[in-house]
Design a protein around this ligand. Structure first.
Ligand code: ZN
Length: 386
């Protein structure tokens, strides 16, 4: 009995390039290399077939917060992003008190164990008060390695990444500690100089948390973190491509320097993503979302995004005119590789999880499959016998 399904006729984006009328074979939860002759076929002609998206920085969606929501709410938030093509998601927390964050780490680690999320990203509290963005200042602290260790331990092996201002006292030692424990050290919400940033990279930091946002600007005598992060081959740069966080030229600059393999699109989404305008809480801070832009009620700082990765994708191709292959890498292969998940997700290759997204010619999501199961079933594309 055939459990295979041949997805045929689409324009498929593979690591080796774009294939017109390509075939991707789904067998159970995985992508297979071949199918039995009688395997049913699903016609996807006129559509793009790309790997499921990997979002390594995401605070919530569907009205739910990963920092404060109940398990059911967190699952709803994950489901909202899945419907927009994100089949692998790292749940991000915002700054809170240490006990609260440790507790949160416990809850999220259970979801990671069940496979609902790929891991936990702690954004704060070890960040700079000068670049705090939408994090509450009174809860910020220096990155004391012992405190960093507490959070990693609370996450029970499920901590993926910690964003920290590496120039603060204890910053470099904390980077080393994270690397020792297999946790990604991300430089962000930082006031570091160019030289301090280089020192952190040499200590093992490998990610720029939302490059350009919450860090000093590129100056003629003060190149700051942006120059150091863009030029170093060891760094993957996160970009929030929602049209609000970045000027299109800044995005182009990042792609020019970090090429096709060091850019990771993230959403940095908060509760309102896939939900709507209104008042929300981001950790302990009140946020007003108006026309899709989230700002702190107090002070007006941008407070995360309402982005979903399908919109970042569509914008990158249709507005920024970036090559589809580079955009696919930025939403799937690059973050997957960075997270150490590329053997399972991040490309449409035999043996990997059958995580994929069907896009129409206008780059709108028409189908989402996760581990062989359609979460969004492509309409009007009926399975047929070959
Ligand atoms: Zn964030």
């Amino acid at each position: 009995m055939a459990t295979s399904n041949v997805l045929a006729g689409a324009r498929v984006v593979l690591p080796t390039g774009v294939v017109d009328g390509g075939r991707v074979i789904v067998d159970g939860t995985r992508i297979a290399g071949s199918a039995p002759a009688d395997a049913p076929s699903t016609d996807l002609s006129g559509h793009w077939l790309v790997p499921g998206f990997v979002d390594m920085h995401n605070h919530g969606g569907g009205g739910a917060s990963f920092t404060s929501g109940s398990v059911d709410e967190v699952l709803r938030g994950i489901g909202t992003h899945r419907a927009h093509g994100t089949t692998t998601l790292v749940a991000s927390t915002v700054t809170g008190d240490m006990d609260g964050l440790a507790q949160r780490a416990g809850l999220l680690s259970e979801l990671a164990e069940q496979g609902d999320i790929a891991g936990i990203h702690f954004e704060g509290p070890f960040i700079s008060p000068c670049r705090k963005g939408a994090h509450s200042e009174e809860l910020l602290r220096d990155p004391d390695p012992a405190e960093v260790r507490k959070l990693i331990d609370a996450a029970r092996g499920r901590a993926s990444m910690v964003t920290l201002a590496t120039e603060l006292p204890g910053g470099i030692d904390s980077v080393r500690l994270l690397v020792e424990h297999g946790v990604i050290a991300a430089i962000g919400h930082t006031d570091a100089t160019y030289e301090q940033t280089v020192e952190a990279i040499d200590a093992g930091a490998t990610v720029a948390t939302h490059l350009f946002n919450a860090m000093p600007v590129l100056g003629h005598r003060t190149p700051g973190p942006i120059a150091a992060l863009l030029e170093d081959e060891r760094i993957t740069v996160e970009l929030i491509n929602d049209g609000t966080h970045l000027h299109p030229a800044s995005l182009q600059l990042a792609f020019h320097h970090a090429g096709g393999d060091r850019v990771a699109f993230i959403t940095d989404a908060m509760d309102a993503a896939g939900f709507g305008d209104g008042r929300y809480m981001l950790g302990p801070l009140e946020v007003e979302v108006s026309e899709g832009v989230a700002r702190l009620v107090d002070g007006g700082s941008i407070a995360g995004s309402t982005l979903t990765l399908d919109r970042a994708f569509k914008r990158a191709v249709t507005v920024d005119r970036l090559p589809v292959e580079d955009v696919v890498a930025a939403v799937s292969a690059n973050p997957a590789r960075l997270l150490g998940l590329y053997d399972r997700v991040g490309s449409l290759e035999p043996g990997k999880d059958a995580d994929l997204v069907v896009l129409d010619a206008a780059f709108e999501v028409k189908g989402v499959m996760r581990r062989g199961e359609w979460l969004v079933e492509p309409p009007a594309i009926a399975p047929q016998l070959r």
